[in-house]
Design a protein around this ligand. Structure first.
Ligand code: NCD
Ligand code: ZN
Length: 355
């Protein structure tokens, strides 16, 4: 039987890049109109490394919000070798930080100030374990001799295993997983303190998408798309019903000039269409009944916040994805799946429901 409407609790985006300035104002409405909350990544050009910087960034986001938006940005601390454990503790206790992000130095966009060795942040990780503050991990090895398609699996063996063993009560989210190894790793951990986010692009495409008929920069993100069997493993994990997997779009806007370049930036701007893309995947996997847990419950439970009280309803009415968004200075943004048609549209929100 084909379902024609679907109502779920309002979802949250547990991995989002909002940028700053004109870019922030251009991309924020897509997230704020759909999600209740988002974990906002701290990899600005000047990274968000202090509680004061996180509060100032949150205020810039809040002042860019559309009127009446019910959207709460949850801020993260960018960890460096020199991060002070006392700053992390005070920022978490005072509500400036919801989590901290571990970028191995150089792993991705604006990761040059990241951590060169986990030993350097031992004091920070001990505090985070003590206070129950989640560690969000960009799980890729930065050893240049490791093949780019093997960097995630290598990181699991060399670094993540070590972090989990050294800090047995630390809450960890392995962000934007892309491999069968990562899905299995998270699935096998029964402790409840390890989780993973999964993006729409890694559920919908394998690495062929980057090379179909020519090089396709709008399918390039990090971690890079992988082989088909990895995509299949991610689809099984997302739709498995396991509470360890939840929605994190990794929507990461770069203007078309920066994408379509001799050295193009990594990142896919999926915010306008991610929910409808996930929904398409869950329907193809005959798992629509598990979509609400993935999108709206598992992440909130992991972060220890109540699920959103509004509901949102989707209709099976085809939606065409915007071709591009203009920035005030003439630059453009091309969203994920630009110009394509997806089977589901967002129809409406309810008023508050009883929790
Ligand atoms: C992200 C960005 O552009 O900030 N890019 C990406 O390809 N995902 C950084 C990140 O999450 O790795
Ligand atoms: Zn990201």
């Amino acid at each position: 039987m084909t379902v024609s409407t679907l109502t779920i609790r309002r979802p949250d985006d547990w991995h989002l890049h909002l940028r700053d300035g004109d870019m922030l104002r251009a991309v924020l409405p897509a997230s704020a109109s759909q999600y209740g909350r988002a974990i906002v990544m701290p990899n600005l050009r000047t990274p968000v490394t202090t509680a004061e910087a996180a509060v100032a960034y949150r205020e810039r986001i809040e002042s860019a919000l559309p009127r009446n938006a019910a959207f709460r940005p949850m801020m993260t601390c960018y960890l460096c070798d020199t991060t002070d454990p006392a700053e992390v503790r005070a920022g978490f206790d005072g509500g400036a930080f919801a989590a901290a992000k571990l970028y191995p130095a150089g792993a991705t966009t604006h990761a040059e100030y990241g951590v060169t060795s986990v030993d350097r942040i031992a004091g920070v990780l001990a505090v985070m374990q003590e206070i129950g503050m989640p560690l969000l991990v960009h799980g890729e090895s930065t050893d240049p001799t490791v093949d780019v398609f093997d960097r995630e699996a290598n990181f699991l063996r060399t670094t993540l295993t070590q972090i989990l063993a050294s800090y047995p009560r630390l809450k960890v989210v392995l962000e934007h997983i892309t491999t069968e190894e990562a899905a299995d790793f998270v699935m096998r951990d029964a402790s409840g303190r390890l989780a993973a986010t999964i993006t729409p692009q890694h559920l919908m495409f394998n690495r062929n998408a980057m090379f179909s008929g020519g090089i396709r920069p709008h399918y390039y993100c990090l971690p890079v798309l992988k082989r088909e069997h990895h995509r299949q493993a991610l689809r099984r994990a997302a739709t498995s019903g396991s509470p360890a997997f939840f929605l994190g779009t990794d929507s990461a806007p770069h203007d078309t000039g920066a994408k379509e370049s001799a050295c193009g930036c990594a990142g896919i701007f999926s915010a306008p269409v991610a929910l409808q893309a996930y929904l398409t995947v869950f329907e193809e996997e005959r798992a629509l009944h598990r979509f609400e847990a993935f999108a709206s419950e598992n992440g909130a439970n992991f972060y220890g916040v109540p699920p959103n009280r509004q509901t949102m309803t989707f209709h099976r009415t085809p939606m065409q994805v915007t071709g591009h968004i203009d920035l005030p200075d003439g630059r453009r943004l091309q969203p994920f799946l630009a110009g394509e048609t997806l089977p589901w549209s967002l129809a409406s929100f309810s008023q508050e429901i009883a929790s």
